[in-house]
Design a protein around this ligand. Structure first.
Ligand SMILES: Cc1ncc(COP(=O)(O)O)c(C=O)c1O
Length: 418
């Protein structure tokens, strides 16, 4: 049936309800979307089709590192689009080489491979780990992953994401992943066998509910990798590019991986993923072993270069640290005054508030007052605003949240966090 056939919903206008109605018909129902559509953004603010303003503390799920319509990112994209969008990896791409140079010099790793998303970056990491073992003539292939991890939605990254709600109905999943309890160094050591080729960890589990790894855990993972000749791989798709207060979260731990994956904030909203590795490991990817048509194209790399240079020049990692600690302190104060919030945790501007009740109605009520947050777990609110967020905007977000929570518990806020 054609959707413009008589009787089918029409997107007769550009109003939110028209779009929502047609969205329900033409899009797959795999997302639970809020009934709001945004027309434009500016800094930490989004404006919906009806002109209402929102403080964006979702940040496109930890993507919009520079906020919306950042002049430098916009200019870089416009200039590159006017010059050259795409050529393929059959040819040299200067922007890709410059971005690889930037990322390798800052991370201490040696080589970069570019793709288009976090899942693809992790797929590349899994393939490189297996290929490296293969190149060394070792019969190892198993990768240890942590309980509560989230590595993506492709079949292999799903197999590495040991969470029933994501895996259900997709069996059989690729083999080669073994789950160990997160933050349990002893269990990690016990799980290493002759078949283990790598350990994959998030320094801070994002989708799992913003749970930081302990320093001892990551140090033990490094020690085990060195002792047994395994590759230590960090998935920094969510934590990378300044979000946790250092350029890469591993730098805050002082534990360097052999393989690092990035996406989300790297492009500031332009899709790009990256996998970095030590030179000796990267050698396992000889011509023809792996590839991507779009990966690292001129447009994505020009955008990512603008993002990373801005993050560095404006010390947005330092800002994430400072604003994150204000946000954490403020959330704790709100919890003390109102209740509802039982725990606050996080690193930099990746912060969670654990609630004593379902988070979904709170998310909705916040949106109604002009604050965007999301529920990363049923009772967990996540805050991942752009790294450019100001003290004033943090205060404003806290005040809006306090109003919502006060209403939920039937209190009157006097002054509150404002
Ligand atoms: C740590 C981590 N790894 C991988 C992914 C998957 O990234 P993408 O959705 O870009 O495939 C995510 C997405 O939330 C993530 O948080």
């Amino acid at each position: 049936m054609r959707h413009d056939a008589p009787g089918a919903p029409e997107m007769s206008g550009t109003r939110t309800e028209d779009i929502a109605r047609l969205s329900d018909v033409v899009l797959m129902p795999n997302y639970r979307r809020a009934p709001v559509a945004f027309a434009r953004g500016e800094g930490v603010r989004l404006f919906d089709l009806e002109g209402r303003s929102y403080l964006d503390f979702v940040g496109g799920i930890a993507v919009s590192a520079l906020g919306h319509a950042h002049p430098r990112l916009t200019a870089a994209i416009q200039a590159q689009a006017a010059r050259l969008l795409h050529v393929s990896n059959l040819y040299l791409i200067p922007e890709q080489v410059r971005l690889a140079r930037w990322l390798t010099t800052r991370s201490g790793l040696d080589r970069a491979f570019f793709c288009n998303s976090g899942a693809e970056a992790n797929e590349a990491a899994f393939k490189l780990a297996r290929r490296y073992a293969h190149a060394r003539g070792e019969g190892r292939w198993e990768i240890l992953v942590a309980s509560g991890a989230f590595h993506g939605r492709t079949l292999a990254t799903l197999a590495a994401t040991p969470v029933a709600k994501y895996q259900e109905g997709f069996a059989p999943l690729p083999v080669g992943f073994r789950t160990v309890p997160f933050n349990d160094a002893g269990a990690l050591a016990d799980a290493v066998t002759d078949q283990t080729c790598a350990i994959m960890l998030e320094p801070v589990q994002g989708e799992g509910g913003v749970h930081p790894a302990t320093p001892e855990y990551l140090a033990e993972a490094r020690r085990l990798a060195d002792t047994h000749g395994l590759l230590l791989m960090f998935d920094e798709v969510q934590t990378g590019i300044g979000r946790t207060g250092t350029l890469f979260a591993f730098q805050g731990y002082g534990v360097t991986p052999d393989i690092l994956t990035l996406a989300k904030g790297l492009g500031g909203g332009v899709p790009i993923g990256a996998m970095l590795a030590r030179a000796e490991v990267a050698e396992a990817f000889q011509p023809g072993t792996h590839g991507s048509t779009f990966g690292g194209n001129p447009l994505a790399c020009a955008a990512a270069l603008a993002v990373v240079e801005t993050v560095e020049q404006d010390d947005l990692a330092g800002r994430a640290e400072a604003m994150g600690s204000r946000l954490v302190d403020g959330l704790r104060d709100v919890g003390r005054r109102i209740g509802v919030i039982t725990e606050v945790r996080g690193k930099g501007l990746l912060v969670a508030a654990e609630l004593d009740r379902e988070a979904a109605p709170i998310v909705e009520a916040c949106r109604g007052r002009g604050l965007l947050v999301n529920a990363v777990q049923p009772r967990t609110l996540r805050f991942a605003p752009p790294l450019i967020v100001s003290h004033e905007e943090v205060r404003e977000a806290l005040a809006l949240l306090e109003e919502v929570l006060a209403e939920v518990v039937g209190q009157v806020v006097e002054g509150g966090a404002r």
